[in-house]
Write a protein that binds this ligand. Structure first.
Ligand code: NAP
Length: 484
């Protein structure tokens, strides 16, 4: 099975922050792969924009080096890479000044889709929107893509929404959460709403609890400055884990269209109970051999920012009342592994006797690595010797079921950038969703600040602080092992 490539209309995509880390690692390699897939047609172009002064040839060298480093396999096709680089140009602009804007306005074509990727810090979003308007680039069909973090609390998110709304309508604003671009996340919706099997069981009567884990094995690395001002709650929980929770918990939308899906997600966020202090645990990683501890890594021996957070959330509505959602995320954990596990209740009675044990079905949605979906079912252990039960996975990994080419799907950034060009906002966060997520997150963070709570230390390579384990133990439950 070969993945279908749906043509898109010709576009000019301006990448503000086109010399930055995110552009190098994700955006430019993703565009090159879409070029290879034939989605840049004959004429679509990419224009890098940042303050650094360089000409188009210099920028092409820069992009070539980025693709060599971050997608060496695709970079191997010299002819294709050279053809892609021909589609690139560069304009030096200052978001906060007037340098370069006339030139940029001349460079961006008309009669084609115009998209502007704001791959810069959020403090520049307002200035960029203003300049695009001032220099006549913000027509009613142009789109802007904004990166996370979308604010650091409700007040700043509101302010960003207000500033962007001065020059762009909501249908032109694409707030990226790359987790929503993952193939498996969309497959989760297909599994939920494309099968009769799951939906009748998808409620507190049959689901014991839900676990969402986004674990990283690396520390803060070179992003210490940013991370220390954010922490796991702002950097991961408020956006990525919250979005995953929404997709699991939402009611079936009437249609798979942007506002129908986002309306349902918003209702979930608004149904979340405030989190009591004893239902949330924050942690900070310790040193590991010659790898420094969190505080040394961010260069602040007094830092009280969390590199780990775990919490128990309740969605107070008819479907979910009584089913807890346990969420955790952190750095320097045992492995890099992200998954959602829907843990069903035990069978009410064992006809095979207590020795056979009572079993639970678990639906696991693996986000990384090895994206796929797996359903644990209980069967008889083969062979003589009575009725012994074992749990086996029904593996819905795409490559197994649909052939090896099916695993060759676009990565999240590729898909999301093409959705921007297509004008499809389904996988992007709406302004009111982001605000509602902050409204839920803010009191948790304010509570830490008011009480002076310090994060609990945890060993690098562990599953986080012991208190996080207790969060589930005291409910008679256990976290699933963090493994790829
Ligand atoms: P970065 O490496 O610091 O890059 C910032 C970019 O903005 C550079 O190209 C810089 O180039 C440009 N820039 C700075 N000030 C400017 C100005 N006044 N006018 C025009 N351009 C300006 O940052 P990044 O890591 O790529 O992050 C970009 C955005 O993505 C941030 O909002 C970040 O939070 C978000 N993000 C990043 C990652 C990641 O992994 N890096 C992940 C998720 C989200 P010049 O200095 O040449 O102007």
């Amino acid at each position: 099975m070969v993945s279908r490539v749906i043509p898109v209309e010709p576009f000019d995509l301006v990448v503000f922050g086109g010399t930055g880390d995110l552009a190098r690692r994700k955006i430019l390699p993703a565009l090159y792969r879409r070029f290879l897939a034939g989605q840049m047609g004959e004429t679509s172009r990419v224009i890098g924009a940042a303050r650094s002064v360089m000409d188009a040839a210099g920028y092409r060298d820069f992009v070539r080096a980025a693709i060599d480093e971050f997608d060496p396999v695709s970079a191997g096709d010299e002819g294709a890479l050279a053809a892609f680089l021909e589609r690139l140009s560069y304009v030096a602009v200052d978001a906060t000044g007037d340098t370069g804007w006339d030139r940029l306005a001349g460079e961006v074509g008309s009669g084609r889709i115009r998209a502007f990727y704001f791959s810069v810090g959020p403090r520049l979003f307002g200035a960029l929107a203003e300049r695009l308007h001032e220099y006549g680039m913000a027509d009613s069909d142009s789109r802007i893509v904004v990166e996370k973090p979308f604010g650091r609390d409700l007040a700043s998110a509101r302010e960003l929404n207000r500033v962007l709304a001065q020059h762009f309508h909501e249908h032109q604003i694409y707030r990226i959460d790359h987790y929503l671009g993952k193939e498996t996340v969309q497959n989760l919706m297909a599994v939920r709403f494309g099968n009769m099997l799951f939906e009748p069981l998808w409620n507190s009567q049959y689901v014991d609890h839900i676990q969402i884990t986004v674990a990283e094995s690396v520390g803060v690395g070179g992003r210490g400055d940013y991370y220390d001002r954010a922490g796991a709650m702002r950097d991961m929980m408020q956006n990525h884990l919250m979005q995953l929770l929404c997709l699991i918990a939402m009611e079936p939308p009437a249609k798979f269209d942007p506002d129908a899906v986002r309306d349902e997600k918003l209702k979930v966020i608004r149904a979340l109970d405030p989190v009591a202090p004893d239902n949330v645990v924050r942690g900070q990683y310790e040193a590991d051999g010659d790898k420094p501890d969190y505080r040394a890594q961010v260069g602040d021996p007094e830092s009280t920012t969390e590199s780990f957070v775990a919490l128990k959330a309740h969605v107070s509505n008819w479907r979910w009342a009584g089913t807890p959602f346990y969420l955790r995320t952190g750095k320097r954990l045992k492995d890099r592994a992200s998954e959602i596990a829907v843990v069903f209740k035990e069978t009410p009675h064992s006809i095979f006797g207590e020795d056979a044990g009572r079993h639970r079905n678990i639906l696991t949605i693996r986000l990384q690595p090895n994206e796929g979906i797996e359903l644990g079912v209980t069967i008889k252990e083969p062979g003589p010797g009575g009725m012994r039960l074992v749990d086996v996975p029904l593996d819905m990994t795409f490559a197994e079921a649909l052939g090896p080419d099916s695993a060759d799907f676009p990565d999240a950034y590729e898909r999301l950038i093409m959705d921007v060009i297509r004008g499809n906002q389904t996988l992007f966060m709406r302004g009111d969703e982001v605000e509602a997520a902050w409204a839920w997150t803010d009191p948790i963070i304010e509570g830490w600040e008011e009480r002076g709570d310090a994060p609990k230390p945890y060993d690098s390579g562990s599953a986080g602080p012991d208190d996080a384990l207790m969060l589930m133990h005291r409910d008679g439950r256990r976290w699933r092992e963090i493994k790829p």
